[in-house]
Write a protein that binds this ligand. Structure first.
Ligand code: 1PZ
Length: 215
């Protein structure tokens, strides 16, 4: 069994891992990207079992990436940049429709990358929200502006139902384990630009290689 302190989510920890993500020349380390995501999954799980179908998909995708990173060609997967180059150079990416490489690192990471945009939009709303703001509304707005565009109707429907049972703003801020609301808001102000930078760098990289619509 996992020790409780290992399961407890803490925003500081996520902030720290996203700080480690960028190398000096702005490459994104896959190891820390995955670690950041693990923290987010922990957070999602602490919100209740309704979110299980969401965290399960994220966990599956993290597992795929970890397998590459720890596999025999792991040295090619150190950064997102090197992963892209390696998989493209070796014809390991299904570019237009699913075929022999339905679970490439590139397409798998793209799903998480899109979700990171949702996170950025949602956290920014949370940071600037007033006491009577509804998390379900902030969450749905952020989702509609980002991830929803990539999801079929049934997933959008299920996500919409999950948003309705999100805890209220104060409870939500408490789960972040930072302290009083003002402190959480301050830490969000630190975390969001980091997440945003990692997102932007990945987005530009995928755009340059025309990979934003990978099946
Ligand atoms: C705090 C509330 C959490 C709300 C999270 C908002 C996102 C809702 C997403 C619903 C996803 C449902 C499950 C599966 C979706 C997959 O079909 C897609 C596409 O993958 P493919 O089918 O092509 O392999 N998966 C995704 O889009 C990745 C979704 C990851 C969601 C991670 C949420 C992170 C939450 C962090 C919490 C702070």
């Amino acid at each position: 069994p996992v020790a409780p302190e290992e399961q407890k989510f803490c925003l500081q920890e996520v902030l720290d891992t996203f700080k480690l993500c960028l190398s000096e020349n702005k490459d994104v380390y896959l190891e820390h990207y995955i670690a950041g995501w693990r923290g987010l999954v922990k957070f999602l799980n602490s919100l209740g079992s309704v979110f299980g179908f969401i965290s399960m998909d994220a966990v599956n995708k993290l597992k795929i990436l970890v397998a590459y990173l720890e596999g025999e060609n792991g040295s090619q997967y150190v950064t997102i940049q090197s992963m892209l180059k390696y998989e493209l150079d070796n014809g390991l990416v299904d570019l237009t429709k699913k075929a022999s490489n339905p679970e490439s690192g590139c397409r798998t990471l793209l799903r998480l990358h899109r979700a990171l945009r949702w996170l950025e939009l949602f956290l920014e709303r949370l940071r600037t929200s007033s006491e009577d703001s509804k998390t379900s509304v902030m969450c749905a707005e952020a989702y509609n502006e980002s991830l929803a565009q990539h999801h079929p109707w049934v997933i959008r429907k299920a996500a919409g139902m999950a948003f309705c049972v999100l805890p209220g703003r104060l409870a939500f801020l408490e789960v972040m384990n930072v302290g009083p609301p003002e402190k959480v808001v301050a830490m969000l102000g630190e975390a969001i630009p980091l997440i945003s930078e990692v997102y932007q760098i990945t987005e530009e990289l995928y755009a340059q290689h025309n990979l934003l619509e990978l099946p």
